[in-house]
Design a protein around this ligand. Structure first.
Ligand code: FES
Length: 127
């Protein structure tokens, strides 16, 4: 059994490996994230775990970043790489955030009708 040394870890990234996320390129997102972590030499700073369904299939593909507890949705492989880069800079990928913690509970990170509430197959309304 492997025991990970998490000292120095700045982010635990949970990448969904459930069927809905996989149908929407979730496995490619996971591979892109892992590749970018390797490219950046950040194995000790970002720990990645592939999960089962996180219950937000309408936001697929989904990844959750801790300790902040930010839920990202609609990720692409390119966005996964950018998430790694920004995490290492101390930021996040706000344009893909669908939920985050505000005042101790989960809140939609976008306005009602935005990506976090999108129904599959429907376009976002223009701003
Ligand atoms: S399969 Fe990823 S949230 Fe359901």
């Amino acid at each position: 059994m492997t025991t990970w040394n998490l000292e120095g870890t700045v982010c635990h990234l949970l990448v969904c490996g459930g069927s809905s996320c996989r149908k929407r390129r979730g496995e490619e997102v996971l591979k892109a994230v892992e590749k970018e972590i390797g490219k950046q030499g950040a194995d000790a700073r970002i720990h990645v775990t592939e999960t089962r369904c996180n219950g937000r299939c309408s936001d697929a593909p989904v990844a959750i970043a801790y300790p902040e507890g930010v839920w990202y949705g609609g990720l692409t492989p390119k966005a996964g790489k950018e998430l790694v880069r920004r995490t290492l800079e101390g930021g996040g990928l706000e344009e893909y955030a669908v939920y985050n913690f505000e005042a101790g509970s989960m809140k939609a990170a976008v306005k009602k009708g935005g990506r976090g509430k999108r129904k599959p197959g429907k376009k976002d309304s223009p701003d």
